[in-house]
Design a protein around this ligand. Structure first.
Ligand code: AMP
Ligand code: MG
Length: 331
């Protein structure tokens, strides 16, 4: 199969809709990462997503809709605080998990009685969702367990030959996946941290918890249990206060002829040779936006990525830390 990259316009949207209507898949841009979309109502189409990505069959998908879509077609919207969250943050990088009405393929939620819905703010994503006018199941458009794509070229690198069309909406400005927040209970519970932080949600609803998986318990968000976002080279992860140790590790690699690159925040970057640094930048938003791009750059040239956690670890950095730790888990 030939994979084409097209900017979002009338012609490519028409083609995208025709592919989706036949049960096929299309990659599209969002403000977080690129998604791989299929008609959420069709078993055959949704199964294609799992097959193409090699995604475990118990990891549910998020359904994407445009901003005027009536979500009560798909879910029960029975918590007043959920409306407050929608007003505050949507369209945007926040996915809400509701009780499902069972109107989409069962494969989307992997048999759970809930459904995750997201309304992306990216202009190209809104055009795509409005034009196709169907609820679209979409995970990130990468091979399962690889780094999520933040450009059309990243999607192409993973899925060339496997999908017919990538809609190109430029580089994603958010850079990490949406916050996933369960709104079925008395108060919101974050199942996956992201660009809408616990603090931001708390400011709107008064209370918000971050779900922690306890050992022996079935995961409330099955995706949590998988190693994710991993680059194809070796990695080592150091705490923020261990930059001396990281420097030692880097020097040892140099002596042994191991091509090591250091992934770290701007303030720490000066300690290493400039051509061996993958510089995350200084602000929180910069670090989120740069992370996956740098991991992909790193895996292309490095034997080893030495990652040093940024100093700030709360707010949206909690989401960045979560992705960095999963990408560079010390084995
Ligand atoms: P990805 O598609 O790779 O961004 O992953 C989607 C994330 O949303 C995974 O972590 C899933 O576990 C989570 N998710 C999707 N649907 C549900 C749901 N119905 N209940 C809980 N978590 C969900
Ligand atoms: Mg993913």
């Amino acid at each position: 199969m030939i994979t084409r990259i097209c900017s979002v316009n009338e012609e490519s949207l028409r083609e995208a809709k025709s592919i989706l209507s036949e049960g096929g898949v299309v990659a599209f841009p969002t403000e977080t990462v690129y998604g791989l979309a299929a008609d959420a109502r069709r078993d055959d189409a949704v199964s294609e997503i799992y097959r193409i990505k090699g995604r475990p069959s118990d990891n549910p998908l998020i359904v994407h809709v445009h901003k005027d879509y009536d979500i009560t077609q798909l879910v029960f919207d029975d918590r007043a605080y959920a409306a407050k969250l929608r007003n505050a943050f949507l369209p945007g990088p926040l996915t809400l998990v509701y009780r499902s009405k069972g109107k989409v393929s069962k494969i989307v939620s992997c048999g759970l009685d809930t459904l995750a819905i997201r309304v992306p703010s990216h202009v190209g994503a809104q055009m795509f969702l409005r034009y196709t006018d169907m609820p679209l199941a979409a995970p990130s458009a990468n091979l399962s367990k690889h780094i999520s794509p933040v450009s059309a070229q990243h999607v192409y690198a993973d899925l060339n030959g496997k999908i017919p069309l990538i809609l190109d909406g430029g580089v994603c400005t958010g850079g990490i996946e949406s916050t996933v927040c369960d709104v079925t209970g008395d108060f919101p519970v974050i199942l996956r941290e992201g660009l809408i932080s616990r603090e931001m949600i708390e400011a709107v609803t008064g209370k918000c918890e971050v779900y922690k998986l306890k050992s022996g318990e079935a995961a409330r968000s099955p995706g949590m249990k998988y190693k994710h976002y991993a680059p194809r080279c070796k990695t080592r992860l150091f705490e923020a206060e261990e930059s001396d140790k990281a420097e030692e590790c880097f020097k040892t690699c140099m002596l042994q002829g191991i091509k090591a690159y250091v992934l770290c925040e701007g303030g720490v970057a000066q300690r290493f040779p400039q051509d061996r640094v993958l510089d995350l930048g200084r602000s929180e938003n910069e670090m989120a936006a740069n992370l996956y791009n740098l991991l992909r750059q790193g895996e292309a040239v490095a034997d080893l990525i030495i990652a040093i956690k940024p100093t700030k670890q709360d707010g949206i950095m909690a989401g960045v830390m979560n992705r960095l730790s999963k990408a560079c888990a010390n084995e």
